[in-house]
Design a protein around this ligand. Structure first.
Ligand code: PMP
Length: 435
């Protein structure tokens, strides 16, 4: 375990003991367990704007934002109002609603490559369904996945998976059959020749290449200049569908996601997080010619009892509406750059090996000389140092992602003062660690 500064988490501790008796590891998603940083998580009571409040009475500046969705911060009045209004009309009908059409139109208008979109309830479902459609449309079985990229807990994609799978040391999960992954081909991110070699080795057998256009699940790793363009060209040449997993990057790196920011036209896109405005919603979309293969328009089956849920659609529509009407992207860029600079200066002054990588409002301070281009680079980071830094920051009221292999998210609710407080905390924290 890492050395933790003293601060009282006794109520959270009690809650965690209770939780561990009835929930595996005490949490409903592994990334929350703080396993990698050697400790127990604070239990949260509420959240507002850029802040989280735990049941022990601490306030934190939040850089997780529910792992991506809260681009306007927590409990935004517009989102809250939309959800309450929807709730008053009934929480689920299992029948179509006009709100689903409204949000589908908003997505089609926002994301350049999408003409039709299907809503689901989690990012996992979105990538799982996109892969099924890619296989169904091409009649091919194999998929190419990048090491260290995370696409949810889809069996065929849980191979060298990033996020908590990497953090906790199980990038290949027991319980996934050899059959489920025999058609998954792994390539390092940012290496075009590896993908070209895979296509040569398995001619006309690869249905799709799936990737995070900007990787956020092995820490923040941008694409090298030209990488996405070359992958686009190569996949097109080989009749392979290019699937962008924009569950993290969609509506965050630009209104139209990473594909707008980098001007790439993928064949399919998975969306999640922001699109549900903090409620469970995700989606996958493509050109009509592809999406018309999906049931009931076509033969590829995909369904969901709570898909297009009224409350989730209301939260998503309110969030997407605000992103369109008053885009926060310039401000996010400015305050995120301020944080990047501050962290870099703090780490330089403390003389610890580091690199800060950032795209828009997603960033990671790697305790690693850098640059980090792929999973192997990321794994060379000093995770013990990260763990100590994490606890020192938490004790100073800054809630960072609890793993070196996760990106931090800045929201429009963060103020310059929050950023400056965070940078001061980082200075103090590093001083406490390296003396
Ligand atoms: N894809 C990416 C890029 C993600 O970051 C995540 C979740 N962090 C997922 C898919 C899975 O989404 P969910 O947790 O909603 O199933």
């Amino acid at each position: 375990a890492t050395s933790k500064p003293e601060y009282d988490l006794s109520r959270s501790h009690e809650a965690f003991l209770r939780a561990c008796k009835v929930i595996p590891g005490g949490v409903n998603s592994p990334a929350r367990a703080f396993g990698a940083v050697g400790g127990e998580p604070p239990f949260m009571a509420r959240a507002e704007g850029a802040y989280l409040y735990d049941i022990d009475g601490h306030q934190y500046i939040d850089y997780i934002g529910s792992w991506g969705p809260m681009i306007f911060g927590h409990a935004h009045p517009t989102v809250r109002h939309a959800v309450v209004e929807a709730l008053d009309h009934g929480s689920s009908f299992g029948a179509p609603t006009t709100r689903e059409v409204d949000i589908a139109e908003a997505v089609v208008a926002a994301v350049p490559s999408i003409e039709k979109v299907r809503f689901v309830s989690s990012g996992t479902e979105a990538t799982m369904s996109a892969i099924r459609v890619a296989r169904g449309v091409t009649g091919r079985n194999k998929i190419v996945k990048m090491t260290g990229h995370y696409h949810g807990h889809v069996d065929s994609l849980l191979v060298q998976a990033g996020s908590a799978a990497t953090t906790l040391g199980f990038p290949n999960s027991p319980g996934v059959t050899p059959g489920a992954i025999e058609d998954t081909i792994l390539c390092p991110f940012n290496d075009v020749s590896a993908v070209a070699a895979a296509f040569e080795r398995f001619p006309e057998q690869v249905a799709a290449v799936i990737l995070e256009p900007v990787a956020g699940n092995m820490g923040l790793v941008p694409p090298r200049p030209g990488y996405l363009e070359q992958i686009r060209e190569l996949t097109r040449k080989h009749g392979v569908m290019l699937v962008f997993d924009e569950v993290m990057t969609g509506f965050r790196l630009a209104f139209g996601g990473a594909q707008e920011r980098f001007a790439i036209d993928p064949d399919m896109t998975a969306l999640g997080k922001i699109i549900g405005g903090g409620l469970p919603a995700a989606a996958y979309g493509a050109k009509s010619a592809v999406m018309d293969f999906v049931s009931p328009a076509g033969p590829i089956y995909q369904a969901g009892t709570l898909s297009g849920n009224p409350l989730a659609m209301a939260a998503g529509l309110a969030t997407v509406g605000m992103l369109r009407e008053s885009p926060p992207y310039e401000r996010l860029e400015a305050i995120s750059a301020r944080l990047e600079d501050g962290l870099r200066r703090a780490a330089s002054d403390a003389k610890v090996p580091h690199v800060v990588q950032r795209v828009g409002s997603m960033l990671t301070l790697f305790f690693n000389q850098g640059p980090v281009h792929d999973y192997e680079d990321a794994k060379r980071s000093d995770t013990a140092l990260f763990g100590r830094f994490f606890w020192e920051m938490l004790a100073r009221g800054v809630y960072l992602p609890c793993s070196q292999f996760e990106a931090a998210f800045v929201s429009a609710a963060h103020t310059d003062a929050d950023i400056d407080h965070t940078v001061d905390a980082a200075r103090d924290a590093l001083r406490a660690i390296v003396g």
